[in-house]
Design a protein around this ligand. Structure first.
Ligand code: AVJ
Ligand code: FE
Length: 430
């Protein structure tokens, strides 16, 4: 068992690193150190930050080894420097950053070789700290993918188109009122904010069987949705005016039709794909225009994982087995969301489609702890964000790896953010 876990961890670390390498080897040195948007770090910062977190947790904490580069901890501490200020820091250059992460990885693998997954040590139980570091790197890989999407210039990333729609999916699903188990106490690599499992009684509601598509969103634009303050909250309207919002980020109108720019390629929008790159305020306005609302986080999770036949909450909509390509559009296998209906094998027991993968879904809930929450292993992962100006996002996107694509995984961001791979679906009271 221990040897299986060691092999699993080594493979997951390797998989994350191959993705990091692909994202950073795709561009030249100038592009690695450049700031592509004030919202994002230079790619070379993400690269060394991933190595620094691995050094802090695996080499120093778990392994009890001497520091590799204690002198750079401060540079790569996300709380010390805002993203917009990072290009001006005396960062490791691309060659130094690559050498640093490789040196840390050698040591981390040596720590792994000697690790005993002692259940008495929470950091080591089931290899938690290793799983946390895998997820950390994969989360930064998604962030780097968003940086690539903001980057100007010739396309450098390629991937096959997502699968076509295989089944018609439309309308709403009714979810009967009653209790379900939210969060988890048993998923070994679940992060602190997903814990503990607890029962939530959710009143009956309707939820869309699929995310809102580009075609549906285009109707909102055509109906003048961006120009009518009736549909917007006060804060949303103020932001809509200040930022001049008129369409999702990366959309362009050529005088005839809407196009979008995806990783440097411009093409007509696909009306069947979930809309992506909208902020919370846009999702909220669309919902008001459509006479509905965004789901709460509990509603979303119940629709994704509750099995009425057994009363259990599944790990994923399709069951407890890890995602396979037929279940969901995860892991940057494709560079866009897949059309609605592309993943019938990934539907939940209640018949809700594409909850996992494609686009992160904005929810009406704020980021708060579950009852019984305990910060682990550090307050800065979740706790310092509770009660802040954040809205929840669930389900992961085409750029989210399966390591962070489970139905208990919680993501959050400021309601104005839309450089992330964010979309939404709607709900209403029963
Ligand atoms: C959970 C995606 C909001 O990117 O800020 C990365 C993840 N935490 N390094 C983020 C994270 C520390 C986090 N999100
Ligand atoms: Fe980080």
């Amino acid at each position: 068992m221990t040897q299986d876990l060691r092999l699993t961890i080594a493979a997951e670390l390797e998989r994350a690193r191959a993705r990091t390498a692909a994202l950073t080897d795709a561009v030249d040195e100038t592009d690695l150190i450049r700031q592509h948007s004030p919202l994002m770090s230079p790619l070379v910062w993400d690269l060394a930050h991933v190595g620094n977190q691995e050094e802090l947790w695996l080499v120093r904490d778990v392994g009890g080894r001497d520091p590799v580069r204690q002198d750079i901890d401060e540079l790569y501490d996300a709380f010390k420097h805002a993203r917009k200020d990072r290009p001006a820091l005396p960062l490791l250059d691309p060659g130094q950053a690559r050498a640093y992460v490789a040196q840390v990885r050698d040591k981390a693998l040596d720590v792994l070789d000697h690790a005993r997954f002692d259940p008495e040590r929470p950091l080591l139980d089931n290899g938690f700290a290793f799983g946390m570091i895998v997820q950390h790197e994969q989360q930064h890989d998604e962030t780097m993918l968003a940086t690539h999407q903001l980057r100007a210039g010739e396309p450098v990333l390629t991937a096959p188109a997502p699968p076509p729609s295989r089944t018609p999916v439309s309308g709403e699903v009714f979810v009967a009122g009653g209790p379900f188990t939210m969060g988890t106490s048993t998923d070994a690599w679940a992060l602190d904010n997903e814990r503990p499992a607890h029962v939530v009684d959710v009143p009956g509601f309707f939820i869309d069987a699929a995310p809102i598509t580009n075609g549906q969103y285009q109707e909102f634009i055509a109906a003048g949705g961006y120009d009518d303050p009736r549909w917007w909250s006060d804060r949303g309207w103020a932001y809509r005016v200040k930022a001049g919002l008129a369409a999702p980020l990366h959309w362009l109108h050529d005088g005839t039709q809407w196009h979008s720019r995806q990783f440097g390629r411009v093409s007509p929008i696909n009306p069947g794909e979930p809309v992506v790159h909208v902020c919370y305020f846009e999702a909220e306005a669309y919902a008001a225009w459509a006479g509905k609302r965004l789901p709460t986080e509990a509603e979303w999770e119940k629709a994704a994982r509750f099995d009425p036949a057994t009363g259990r909450s599944r790990r994923f909509p399709w069951g407890d087995e890890s995602p396979e390509p037929r279940h969901a559009n995860l892991g940057q296998r494709h560079l866009s969301p897949a059309p609605v209906g592309a993943y019938p094998d990934g539907a939940s027991p209640l018949g809700v489609h594409q909850m996992i993968g494609d686009v992160w879904e904005w929810l009406s809930s704020d980021f708060d702890p579950y009852p019984g929450f305990a910060a682990f292993p550090y307050r800065e992962y979740s706790e310092v964000f509770f009660g802040g100006d954040y809205k929840m996002l669930r389900g992961g996107s085409f750029g989210t790896d399966a390591a962070a694509g489970r139905s208990t995984f919680r993501n959050w961001d400021h309601p104005i953010r839309r450089q992330i791979f964010s979309g939404f679906r709607l709900a209403r009271d029963a």
